[in-house]
Design a protein around this ligand. Structure first.
Ligand code: NDP
Length: 317
């Protein structure tokens, strides 16, 4: 068992964690990033990325994360491969214990553990993921220009994704398992008014149907009558919510109903001074790599300020 100490401990290695690391390292905080179960985060399970600023040509998600990691290491970040299983936030230095048995102590803690899209768990869903099945319209909608797409879900995300997809597709179908949506009324009004969107009510996905080169349809079951049908489609967007990775912080940090960490509005500050949250773990609205990177940067700047103020106060004592 080894104890690793740092001025800035970062849990999570997606765009939020690595951006915090780049800024933290350049500020001389010698950050440690504990990478977690999915090093690089959600972008490592996507392919083409066309909306991250700075790249004229299409780049690959895994490549972007490798570059971010290399940049973080280049400026002095220590990347450690471990999964945190326990944290103690009662006093600084904050302590985290890894699956390996190693202990990590940070004068400040940056939580960047991200979120995961929820999947239906229907047959062929994972096999066709990236071949017609996606959980992110903003990321993948562009590839369905002029094609038919469906969105599964009835919340804000599903309705926003359906509306967003009309920028690319002339034929969008929202599939929902009940006969009413839980999305906000204003979004529903926009959805129902849109000429290119139709809604299939009371339909649950039974399985995804694959053809030679990917998805060709979605097999449905009527939740009232039990009747089976197939909706032909080129793309299916599963939009049934996201789950933030906040299990570790239950009872230790404030969370909203969805389990997202609550921060002081407009900042990455949690209720515990010196503990910051950035990226998808505290953002259920935007959830983009670039916004995660932005809040990661904010967390590092605030961590640096926190330490400067604390050190100054200690020098006066
Ligand atoms: P929600 O939990 O609000 O909605 C999930 C939807 O998926 C529900 O309609 C639910 O159906 C459906 N669903 C869940 N599981 C299944 C399943 N196994 N099979 C079929 N359908 C399923 O998630 P969202 O991602 O939409 O929103 C999460 C949070 O983020 C909310 O608080 C939302 O308001 C917020 N948000 C806000 C935005 C904004 O303000 N612009 C944008 C996006 C999200 P059912 O209704 O039957 O339970």
């Amino acid at each position: 068992m080894t104890t690793h100490t740092t001025r800035m401990l970062i849990i999570g290695s997606g765009p939020a964690g690595l951006s915090a690391a780049i800024y933290g390292a350049r500020a001389g905080m010698q950050p440690i990033v504990v990478q977690g179960l999915q090093p690089g985060g959600q972008l490592t399970i996507t392919t083409d990325v066309e909306n991250y600023p700075g790249f004229r040509d299409v780049i690959q998600g895994p490549w972007l994360m490798q570059e971010m990691q290399a940049q973080a290491e280049h400026v002095g970040t220590r990347m450690l491969w471990d999964t945190i299983t326990e944290v103690d936030l009662t006093s600084s230095p904050f302590r985290a214990i890894g699956d390996s048995g190693d202990v990590y102590e940070g004068d400040t803690l940056v939580i960047a553990t991200g979120a995961q899209a929820k999947w239906l768990g229907a047959p062929s869903e994972q096999e066709l993921s990236g071949k017609g099945v996606s959980a992110c319209a903003t990321c993948d909608g562009f590839f369905y220009r002029g094609k038919k797409v469906v969105v599964i879900g009835g919340g804000n995300t599903a309705v926003e994704e359906a509306l967003y997809l009309t920028n690319h597709s002339p034929d969008v179908t929202l599939i929902h398992r009940r006969d009413s949506l839980r999305a906000e009324k204003i979004l529903q009004d926009r959805l129902f008014a849109h000429p290119n969107i139709k809604v299939l009510w009371n339909k649950a996905v039974d399985h995804f149907v694959g053809g030679e080169s990917g998805l060709i349809g979605v097999a449905l079951k009527d939740t009232v009558t039990g009747e089976a049908s197939v909706e032909p489609t080129d793309g299916a967007f599963v939009a049934i919510g996201h789950a933030p990775s906040t299990e570790l912080f239950k009872g230790k940090l404030e969370m909203d109903d969805g389990g997202y960490l609550i921060v002081e509005p407009g900042t990455p500050k949690t209720a515990i001074p010196g503990v910051f949250a950035c990226g998808d773990v505290m953002d259920h609205i935007y959830r983009q790599a670039v916004t995660a990177a932005g809040t990661g940067c904010m967390a590092a700047l605030d961590a640096e300020r926190f330490l400067a103020e604390r050190d100054f106060a200690a020098s006066k004592a």
